[in-house]
Ligand binder design. Structure first.
Ligand code: AMP
Ligand code: MG
Length: 402
């Protein structure tokens, strides 16, 4: 067990080495594929478009034909191709998405023509091949459209559907057990006893896992009691691939999670050089990965987003990449003492001439309200002192993280 506090990137790298690659695969139908991870490359079974198609409403003809006298001989609509022969000097009325008749190669848009007695007069001749989508112009047959380990987005679902693929091979979903810990915690909706608070972490954690292809077991609240924690974690570790708890990982008299983990499994480390999120216990119980997240709600969220979620994403079959970050002008002064990386909640605004960022005020780690209007995290590097108003900071949009 490492007793030295780890920097965020050290902790994440160390955890990712413990995360095994998924090996169970299954088929997901298209309506169940969103957010799943491909277990094999997906190839296009056909060209898209599968036939030469018009990109505009107009008239299809052979470009080399004599444009003085184009005779209109039929109509090609989407889903109703014109299949008769088109001779040189003839043309076919054609709509967007309709198949180009054989022996035509160009579409003149209707705005560039006049029609008189079944004759088309082209006012502005288009270039050869204009307004025609060639076969495979979007996707070529046998082309890899989704590589292995890709999280399937809504766009990918559309691409799969467009290729006529009804089901896709994906990795099975790991099972994630979520507990809160603490004698003070009550379920929302109950009458609050003096000295108690409502459990919020379990609700946030479950929702923050919703975009991952995981099965979540919401396992309730554990008391601050070593035997009860030990019994519950052992039982859950036999069913789950990952256990997430919050609270009880610090050095208080009622903090039993870390010691329990040491007794029933392996504690790899339990301190981070991070604000918020200093205590975070990571280890294993048998084959089950264990994350003891800190109890303060803001710390729970930041460590879940920055450490546990990337690790779970890897367990799902993806290769985690560093979060999207951009540079932004700071509109507040942030007081910071060098030595620990920090993430504050912020609001990026579309100011001119460039976006700016404000903090959401008091950044105490119990203040869930610091997330209410936040749309980003502001990274304050470890070796940095106070950041003055007007300086440039790294900003991580919460969209994509949360
Ligand atoms: P702990 O590390 O268990 O001492 O928790 C640190 C702080 O977070 C305490 O103020 C706890 O009451 C609070 N806390 C712990 N778990 C939760 C939870 N599930 N929801 C809301 N607050 C919590
Ligand atoms: Mg506690």
């Amino acid at each position: 067990m490492l007793s030295k506090p780890l920097d965020l990137d050290e902790a994440l790298n160390s955890i990712l080495q413990h995360v095994r690659a998924p090996n169970t695969k299954e088929l997901a139908s298209l309506d169940r594929a969103h957010h799943r991870v491909t277990a094999a490359p997906v190839c296009a079974p056909t060209d898209l478009p599968p036939f030469r198609a018009s990109a505009m409403d107009g008239y299809a003809y052979l470009w080399s034909a004599n444009l003085d006298s184009l005779k209109l001989i039929g109509v090609s609509l989407a889903g109703h191709p014109f299949t008769d022969a088109v001779d040189n000097g003839q043309c076919v009325r054609i709509m967007t998405g309709a198949a180009l008749p054989a022996a035509t190669d160009t579409v003149v848009i209707q705005e560039d023509c006049t029609v008189r007695d079944n004759q088309i007069i082209v006012a502005t001749p288009p270039a050869e091949g204009a307004n025609v989508r060639s076969v495979g112009h979007d996707v070529k047959q046998n082309q890899v459209i989704l590589h292995k380990g890709k999280t399937i987005t809504a766009f990918d679902v559309g691409t799969l559907a467009g290729c006529g693929i009804a089901e896709v091979e994906v990795f099975a979903r790991p099972r994630i057990g979520v507990f809160s810990t603490g004698d003070e915690l009550q379920v929302p909706g109950s009458a609050l006893a003096y000295g108690n608070i409502f459990d919020s972490n379990r609700y946030t954690v479950v929702e923050l896992l919703a975009d991952l292809p995981v099965e979540v077991d919401n396992l309730g609240v554990l008391p601050d009691d070593t035997a009860a924690i030990s019994h519950a974690l052992l039982a859950a570790s036999a069913r789950c691939d990952v256990l997430l708890t919050s609270g009880g990982v610090s050095v208080g008299d009622a903090d039993h999670v870390k010691d329990t983990l040491e007794a029933i499994g392996t504690l790899d480390f339990w301190r981070l050089n991070l604000k918020p999120g200093k205590p975070l216990a990571f280890g294993e119980i048998g084959d089950c990965l264990f994350f003891g997240l800190p109890g303060n709600p803001v710390s729970t969220i930041v460590t879940l987003l920055m450490i546990a979620k990337p690790a779970i994403a890897q367990l799902c079959g993806t290769t985690p990449t560093p979060p999207l970050t951009f540079r932004c002008e700071l509109r507040d002064t942030i007081i910071h003492r060098a030595g620990r990386e920090e993430y504050q909640r912020g609001v990026v605004s579309n100011d001119h001439p460039h976006p700016t960022v404000n903090t959401t005020g008091d950044q105490s780690s119990n203040r869930m309200s610091s997330f209410t209007h936040a749309n980003c995290l502001i990274r304050i590097p470890k070796d940095c002192d106070d950041l003055l108003r007007g300086s440039t900071v790294d900003v991580l949009p919460l969209y994509g993280l949360a």
